[in-house]
Structures are given as C-alpha cells and as structure tokens.
Design a protein around this ligand. Sequence first.
Ligand SMILES: *[C@@H]1O[C@H](CO)[C@@H](O)[C@H](O)[C@H]1NC(C)=O
Length: 319
Amino acid sequence: MIFLMDLQMMLLDVIYFILRGSVRIVFRPRTKPIDGELVLITGSGGALGRLFALEFTKHGAEVVLWDIDANNNEETARLVREAGGKAYPYRVDVTNRVEVYRTADNVRTDLGRNVTMLVNNAGVVAGERLMDCPDELLERTMKVNCHALFWMAKAFVPQMKEQNHGHIITVASVLGLFSTACVEDYCASKFAAVGFHESLAHELLTEEFDGVKTTLVCPYIVDTGMFDGCKIRDEVALFLAPLEPRYCVEQAMNAILIDQPLVCIPRLTYLPVISRALLPWESNVVTYRFMGSDKCMYPFIESKRNKLTNGGPTLIAAN
Ligand SMILES: *[C@@H]1O[C@H](CO)[C@@H](O)[C@H](O)[C@H]1NC(C)=O
C-alpha cells in the first residue's frame, strides 16, 4: 500500500518536473541575488575564467581568482577592479593538492570568510594524437580536468555543507556527454568531470544539503583558441558555429543564477546527447559522418602541430 502511494507520488513528481522544465524554457524563473557571495574561479587567467570573473562582479559578488599564470591572473584582477569589483588573485597549480589545500587555508585567513561559490573552470587539452602524445601531457589533462575537482571539493565543500549554503559549478564540456575521434584525453577527463559532478550533486541531495546548489555547464567548442581549427561540415556549421566566449559565459550565468542543475550550450547540443542515449551506436556513427563531426578534430590537431613546428610555445591550451 505504502509502495503504491510512493509510486504514485513519484510519478506525479516526475510529471511535475517535466512540466516545470518545459515552462522554464519559455518563462525564466527569477534569478537569485549573489551580491555578497565570495566566488572562487579556477583558470581565471584564461578567456572563459576572466569572463566569469567579470560576470560575477557585475552581479555584485567578490571573486577569488586562481590561476597558474600569475600575469594573466593579475590582468583579470585588474579588469575586475576597473569594473568596480573586488578581486583576490592567487597563483595556484590546481593539480598540486598540497598547494590547493594550503592556498584554500590562505584564502580563509586572508579574507576571514568562506568561499560560497566555486567555479571549477580550469581545463586543458593535449591536442595531439594519442599515440604521438607525450605521456605527461595525457596525465596532465586528467589532473587538471578531473583530479583538481577532487582537491577543490575537499578544500571548499565542507564549509558549504556546514552552512548549508553554497554553489558548485563545474565547467565540463559537451565532450563530457558525447565524444568524437582523436581527443581521447579530453573526453576521458570530461566524462570523468561529469561523473564526479553528478555524484557530488546526488550526495548533497541525498544528505539534504539542499542549500548547496550545483550547476554542470557543458559548452560546445568555445572560440577561445583552445580548439582552434576544429571544423565540421560547412552546412552544419551554419547552425553550430564555435561559441562566442561571452555568449557561452552569459548562458552559463543564466543557468547558475536560477540554480539550474545542467546546461548544454547551445541548446542544439542536447540533440546528440539524446541520440547517443537512444539510438544504436552505428546510427550515431553515420550521423557523425554526415555532419563531418567524426573528423572534426583532424584540422585542430594539424593546426597545433604547425604551431609547434613554428616554434610556438603553446603546448597546452587552457579555458
Ligand atoms: C566558515 O565556515 C565554518 C564552517 O562552517 C564556520 O565555522 C565559520 O564560522 C565560517 N566563517 C565565516 C566567517 O562565516
């Protein structure tokens, strides 16, 4: 009897959330105020991280900026201050867990307050064929895109739980939900990031820390130079061009400010996610072939190789 009542309640809830989700596509819910929040952004010296810093500043939050590149990070801090915000830059290698824990403690003592929003944005890609790629570069992709999420969570989630207040944002990629050829390191790390994020989100809900929100951001290729050269069929690219970084961050912010658990940017990329789940593998393969997304990374890897042989120092691109 109890079982049937639970079943009925569950089904009603399922329908309620489907309807709510549909309505929200058209009528955006009210955004939450984030002035007074302390937002930590990793990879804040990069293009996306910098834009995130400026967006959070615009909404009245203060930003703690973590990047391995002190110069780029200082520049982000300068831009935030120029925009009238408060920025606290730290030079951190997020792959070094000792450094992560120590700097987290430094942030707490320096600022005398807790980080309430965490934006795991730092990300890298090797940009070489698996068989040609130095092992260290493959490991680095896992360390930055996945392992760093463990250290960041251990450093900052306990206080969020204790206050039952906070927000964890993971910038993954649509390549954490479906994949393509020749970016094995990146896909492995982003699938890992998605798994990590969702498990943590489940944990928070199961333990009823419903004040600690989570948002998984899965953007398509963003035009930051990270995937320079990546190319799909022209006719398809008309609908699915590389994302303008500003557009990507604005869409991510919209999702964050309404506590949306998942956002794929642009919306069109929900289609391959659904088709991957529903259609036979071979059907997806022929779709990829038609769209030119099977070989989309070939020119990207080619352009990276040219950069390297031209003596460019760009071994690794970052968000
Ligand atoms: C930070 O979080 C800890 C753990 O909940 C709490 O004891 C402390 O008072 C918080 N600090 C501030 C300044 O809110």
